[in-house]
Every structure is written in structure tokens, then in C-alpha cells.
Design a protein around this ligand. Structure first.
Ligand code: URA
Ligand code: SF4
Length: 218
């Protein structure tokens, strides 16, 4: 597993492993993840946002971390990025009903804008991402999808290693490293990056084009 030990060792190690159940399916993992203290992100967030969707899904989508709204509701991709993603999936001909949707990191990381009383998204560090990786690996094992769609750099680094770059690695289906069962993976931009983009139309078109490539490869 790439870089698992980068979380460090000793009492300061960031690692979700001790919180994972020894057995059980997605519901058992979801319950256990609610109590995870594998890295400091649980302290400020409202709660763990585990994956959602069909445990028998053929396709799994992986985002970065819950946003402000996801943190309040406890459900992945229900905010602005989720709405954009739903629209893009529809346009690409991918049925959201049959998907499993999760995030590389299960707690919301943010800073507080005191003047505007808003919580501002902050990208998780590689250390936090690797700490949370055991949950993602468990979801992958339990859902066992045929196709994985990686949304953005954080999910890409979690799944494909720390040298992952969206710009060079996007849009091309390839075998998922480390598994022998023919699972394919395709990376694309994160829907939040589309929302932040100066040329939002072009960024959105790129996202839809990549999702279409995934749809064709399915
Ligand atoms: N961005 C993500 O990566 N995941 C969410 O659930 C919401 C926003
Ligand atoms: Fe555990 Fe992940 Fe939350 Fe860190 S972000 S406390 S590893 S669930």
C-alpha cells in the first residue's frame, strides 16, 4: 500500500486502522466509522460522512471530503458540488441510482471565516488522506465495483499514489493497481474545481466528457 506509514509511527500516528471492525459489511463499517479518531479531523467536524448508495454497485465514485452541507447532513455529495455532479452524470448517461458514492476523507476539514460566519473548505493533507485510507479500502473491498471514478487530486492520491496529477492522469480508463480482478479506474476533475473554475463551461464539459468515457467503458 503506497505510503501507509507516511502517517508516522508512535503515539502521534494518524491511522484509522484501529477503528475498523474485524468483520461485517458496509453497515458495520459505517457504524464504526462514526467513532473514528484516526486523525484530528473528527474534532472539529460534526460527524463522519461515510459512503452512500448501492452496496452491489458496479460503479464507485470517490470525492475528496464532505463539504459544509455534507457535514451538517451526514450524507456525501448533497451540496453544490453534488448537484453539479448529478447533472454531469445524467448528461453522461450514468444512472446515479446504481452508484456507490464516497469520499477519500470522511470528515470535513475547514477554517472559519469569523467576519462572514462561514466555514471554508480546507484541503486535507496527504497524512490525513492516508490515515483515512483504510475506510476507503474497506468500501472498495465490500462494494467490489467493476469501475471506479476518481474525482480530483485527493481521491487520486488516495487510490493511485502520491504522484497522481489530475492534469496528466485524467480521462483514460486503466486497470486499478493492486487488484487482479479487472477493476478499471478513471480519474477526472472534482466538481468543486469546476465550480471554482474561471471557465466553468469548459471545465464542466471536460467533466462530462470524462464521465462519458467511463460510461462507454462500462
Ligand atoms: N466534495 C466532495 O468531495 N465530497 C462531498 O461529499 C462534497 C463535496
Ligand atoms: Fe477517522 Fe478519516 Fe475522520 Fe480522520 S478523517 S478521524 S481517519 S474518519
Amino acid at each position: 500500500m503506497p505510503g501507509r506509514r507516511e502517517g508516522g509511527s508512535g503515539p502521534e500516528a494518524y491511522d484509522a486502522t484501529p477503528y475498523l471492525p474485524q468483520r461485517g459489511g458496509l453497515p458495520a463499517h459505517r457504524r464504526a466509522a462514526a467513532d473514528c479518531q484516526g486523525c484530528p479531523l473528527y474534532r472539529e467536524a460534526t460527524g463522519t460522512v461515510f459512503g452512500r448508495g448501492d452496496s452491489g454497485a458496479r460503479v464507485m465514485l470517490i470525492g475528496e471530503q464532505p463539504g459544509d452541507q455534507e457535514d451538517r447532513e451526514g450524507v456525501a455529495f448533497v451540496g453544490p458540488a453534488g448537484r453539479l455532479l448529478s447533472k454531469a452524470l445524467r448528461e453522461a448517461g450514468i444512472d446515479e441510482e446504481g452508484l456507490y458514492v464516497t469520499n477519500a476523507v470522511k470528515h470535513f476539514k475547514f477554517t472559519v471565516d469569523e467576519t462572514r460566519k462561514r466555514r471554508i473548505h480546507k484541503a486535507p493533507s496527504l497524512r490525513e488522506t492516508l490515515a483515512c485510507r483504510p475506510w476507503l479500502m474497506a468500501e472498495l473491498r465490500l462494494v467490489s465495483p467493476e469501475f471506479v471514478i476518481v474525482l480530483g487530486a485527493t481521491a487520486g492520491r488516495a487510490l493511485l499514489g502520491s504522484s497522481f496529477r489530475v492534469g496528466t492522469d485524467r480521462g483514460v480508463p486503466r486497470p486499478l493497481p493492486g487488484v487482479e480482478d479487472g477493476t478499471q479506474v478513471l480519474a477526472t476533475v472534482h466538481p468543486s474545481a469546476v465550480l471554482r473554475s474561471k471557465d466553468r463551461d469548459a471545465a464542466y464539459a471536460g467533466l462530462v466528457a470524462d464521465l462519458r468515457t467511463a460510461a462507454e467503458a462500462l
